[in-house]
Unconditional design. Structure first.
Length: 264
């Protein structure tokens, strides 16, 4: 095990990400080539018992069908899992957000609908509080230190600059940003640290780095250099290449603050 020099860093949240298609937990590479992993709630419960700080559920095909289909799944999960759950996909209105929150979610992550109508950010934040409104940003690199916002699960270009959109979203009421690198997602090559840093240096709200975590040590760079407040992880957990406890240990050795507890 490689040992990193200790440094003082804020507490970082470790958040399993579960991408859902129908009733299945799936995993992709750059948001394409979906592979079925298994039961979402069985994996969610395992990650909760390993000590996850939060969970993220994303309905990966919701934008295609115009609504989020995770309600029944969330009700079951909420009966056994007692950490905050963020849910995204297909949320197009305050009414959609209300329905998802009533099923057991604590926060909603919205991407496509906010690009189409940015006022939705303010509407959700005013209704439920900024902490409930997570601006989900799917990003692709299009030039040196330049990233573009994509929608519809990484399919559609928007012409929006990622950093400028993040700043605008926060100004309109978003209390957190879920920042996903489409280029890195599922590749196991590590996070796009430059992109994360570009966003965290310009916004005052927490940023969750998502896409590319291949080994526990990848957390260190995105926190130290990128300034991430949390990391979302999927492939590394789904394929059992590491458990959350392993990732906590690496963080602690590096001097990165994490919440320390176990569940039985």
């Amino acid at each position: 095990m490689k040992v990193y020099k200790s440094t003082s860093v804020k507490n970082v949240r470790l958040i399993p990400r579960l991408d859902i298609k129908g009733s299945n937990l799936i995993k992709s590479i750059q948001l394409e080539g979906l592979r079925v992993i298994g039961s979402p709630n069985e994996h969610a419960l395992r990650y909760y018992l390993q000590g996850a700080d939060e969970l993220i559920y994303i309905d990966s095909v919701a934008s295609l069908y115009g609504r989020n289909h995770l309600g029944a799944m969330l009700k079951v999960a909420a009966s056994d899992i007692f950490v905050p759950m963020t849910v995204g996909g297909g949320i197009r209105s305050v009414e959609d957000a209300t329905q998802i929150l009533r099923t057991g979610a604590d926060k909603v992550a919205v991407n496509t609908a906010t690009v189409a109508r940015p006022a939705l950010i303010t509407e959700i934040a005013q209704r439920f509080g900024a902490q409930c409104m997570v601006l989900s940003i799917e990003a692709k690199k299009i030039g040196h230190e330049h990233w573009e916002v994509y929608t519809n699960n990484g399919r559609e270009r928007t012409g929006l600059d990622v950093v400028e959109w993040a700043k605008r979203g926060v100004n309109m009421g978003a209390g957190e940003i879920l920042l996903t690198s489409v280029d890195q997602e599922g590749t196991r090559r590590g996070f796009d640290i430059s992109m994360v840093k570009a966003v965290t240096s310009e916004v005052s709200v927490p940023v969750i780095a998502s896409g590319g975590m291949g080994k526990p040590e990848d957390l260190i760079g995105v926190v130290r250099e990128g300034g991430a407040d949390a990391v979302a992880m999927a492939d590394i957990l789904h394929y059992k290449r590491a458990q959350i406890g392993d990732i906590r240990t690496i963080a602690e050795i590096a001097g990165i603050g994490v919440r320390r507890y176990e569940r039985k």
